[in-house]
Ligand binder design. Structure first.
Ligand code: PMP
Length: 407
């Protein structure tokens, strides 16, 4: 706990003080959703108590305030990922929605029969299923980059998958199941040499490291606010302006049009073309506040602290007989997927919960990863910057207790 003052940070998170039964909560399910600091809660309360109205439509005071705050949140997201222009940021309901938007808006327009889409074994189901739906509809083909025993992508195999029919690449930046950080910049550069656009699923990268979409040169980048201390129901799609302009809208309705008659509708400019209907205004403003909070802590400090926790936890789990860590990549975020010999992950999660320790068990919406390692499920502890070594110790004590109960 030398890099960040976690005591001070933890004081910002009221939920970390709750008890589970009579045990203090040890929240290690941050890859699923991270917790919200008081600063973001306060921002949501301020919006609801003094700024709420529908946006874009009215000239009255509150509507103008709400519109300004909503667009301010868009600029915060733009700055957070260093996009060139704020119109390249589309608010969506989350990562899943963003990928579906690109599938419908880009895929259905530009992918044809026989075309190939490259994914990887590490993908979350939300970056598999939409492309499979598209492949079925268009008679297109999904090609999959394999991984090695450490859970790292085989980059040679990736490069060999390209041919003249390759039309799209959609890649996970950081694996939610294993924590592997993929060399996406290099992979994007390779795809661009073949004139193939690339979408990066950044759901598990943005909470843990600085992301710069111009430096990566990705064509699309997507993530959700609820994994970075923001509200649920909001996320973003970054797209290069020219691509977004060439795409067809995914949803039709109010606010996304320039003019409507029964014969013909013309669409609004980006980003509004992709934001039909009343958007989640409060959530977008909370998203902006969450970014302010993370930036005040510092993304580099967050990354350094979490690496420290990862190393500390990894060392200790490696000392437990019968415990195996799945996913031992050289570059990882603070995610530890593990199995215990002879004990089902569901039982591990249930018993740890009795000690107040919250972890995830199951396939983590990444069944191909489970199949690759020949396990039905894993237990996953995933850390955030507000976690500390005392909590790692609680996890380790809990795991040893579980083994005592079962063996
Ligand atoms: N991709 C990855 C890598 C994820 O970890 C998640 C959430 N577990 C998603 C996509 C889907 O995000 P959401 O449920 O917020 O749409």
């Amino acid at each position: 706990n030398t890099i960040l003052d976690t005591d001070k940070i933890r004081a910002d998170f009221p939920i970390l003080d709750i008890k589970v039964g009579n045990k203090p909560l040890v929240y290690l399910d941050n890859a699923a959703s991270s917790q919200m600091p008081q600063q973001v809660i306060d921002r949501l309360v301020r919006y609801q108590t003094a700024q709420h109205a529908n946006i874009n439509r009215a000239v009255h005071y509150l509507s103008e305030v709400a519109t300004l705050e909503y667009e301010h949140a868009r600029r915060r997201v733009q700055q957070f990922v260093n996009a060139q222009e704020d119109r390249e940021i589309i608010f969506t309901s989350g990562t899943t929605d963003s990928i579906n938007l690109v599938m419908h808006g880009y895929g259905r327009k530009f992918i044809e029969a026989g075309d190939e889409i490259i994914l990887t074994t590490l993908e979350h189901h939300s970056n598999i299923v939409p492309w499979q739906m598209l492949a079925k509809e268009k008679d297109a083909v999904i090609r999959v980059v394999p991984i090695n025993d450490a859970g790292e992508l085989d980059i040679d195999a990736y490069e060999k998958l390209f041919n003249e029919r390759t039309k799209f690449v959609s890649l996970i930046h950081v694996s939610n199941a294993l924590g592997t950080i993929n060399p996406v910049k290099q992979m994007i550069a390779y795809a661009h040499q073949q004139n193939v656009p690339v979408l990066i699923d950044g759901a598990q990268a943005t909470p843990h490291m600085t992301v710069d979409v111009q430096d990566l040169d990705c064509d699309f980048y997507v993530f959700s606010a609820h994994k970075l201390c923001g509200p649920t129901g909001i996320g973003m799609l970054y797209g290069k302006a020219a691509l977004l302009e060439a795409m067809q809208p995914y949803k039709g309705g109010g606010d996304m049009i320039a003019s409507v008659t029964f014969e013909e509708t013309t669409y609004a400019d980006i980003p509004h073309k992709f934001e039909a209907g009343t958007p989640p205004i409060a959530a977008a403003i909370g998203f902006g506040a969450a970014i302010d909070y993370l930036c005040s802590v510092g993304m580099d400090q967050i990354a350094a602290h979490e690496l420290d926790l990862l190393n500390y936890a990894t060392e200790q789990i490696n000392e437990i007989k019968g415990a195996s860590i799945i996913g031992t990549a050289a570059h990882k975020t603070a995610v530890i997927s593990f199995t215990l010999d002879g004990i089902h992950p569901h039982d591990i999660g249930t018993l740890l919960n009795e000690d107040g320790v919250a972890i995830r068990t199951g396939h983590h919406c990444a069944q191909p990863v489970m199949q690759r390692f020949n396990v039905p499920a894993t237990s996953r502890a995933s850390f955030a910057f507000y976690n500390n070594k005392t909590e790692v110790d609680a996890l380790i004590t809990g795991i040893r207790m579980v083994q005592k109960v079962f063996l």
